[in-house]
Design a protein around this ligand. Structure first.
Ligand code: ADP
Length: 153
């Protein structure tokens, strides 16, 4: 049987405990999870792609089933490139659901052998967003409770 490979795509700007929890809970479902950090020039990003890749590599350094990469272009094209049949996403609330539903249905229309799998966040992480973490950083606050301990900003 072919390996079950999932791509977990995102901006991860920065990678938070919410993201970490989604990956950890999805690990029993897949043989490999490729955390794929999008290179998105239109997004106002205060972190470089290389530092984001290095942070996530540090978080999962002991987990052999997790790979970390960066990508540009369509997520489905990246899935084909890394032989993934699944896209992993996290859901915090109805706003996430509405947004994710459209993307998942568009991706499925374009590539019907790639399924999007959603994991609903643990309640204790549902308030964490990269945008808010960035705001706190930009205003000099302490974000250590929101990001994995392996990430030293
Ligand atoms: P994007 O810019 O593609 O939305 P993000 O880095 O913001 O990427 O998020 C990547 C994925 O992680 C998305 O599916 C998002 O809904 C999910 N996510 C973000 N924060 C959390 C959280 N606190 N708990 C669970 N999932 C989350």
């Amino acid at each position: 049987m072919s390996k079950k490979i999932a791509v977990f795509p995102g901006s991860f700007s920065p990678f938070t405990k919410g993201h970490q929890s989604i990956v950890n809970r999805a690990l029993p479902l897949f043989d490999e999870i490729v955390i794929s950090i999008g290179i998105n020039s239109s997004k106002n990003d205060c972190f470089s792609i290389n530092e984001k890749v290095q942070w996530v590599k540090n978080v999962f350094s002991k987990e052999k089933k997790v790979k970390v990469t960066m990508y540009e272009g369509l997520t489905i094209d990246h899935c084909i490139k890394v032989n993934a049949n699944y896209i992993l996403r996290g859901l915090r609330n109805s706003h996430d659901f509405k947004y994710e539903k459209g993307i998942a249905q568009m991706n499925h229309s374009m590539q019907n052998n790639i399924e999007t799998v959603f994991i609903i966040t643990e309640a204790k992480y549902s308030h964490i967003s990269s945008t808010l973490v960035r705001d706190i950083i930009q205003n000099g606050g302490d974000v250590s409770q929101f990001i994995p301990e392996e990430i030293k900003l």
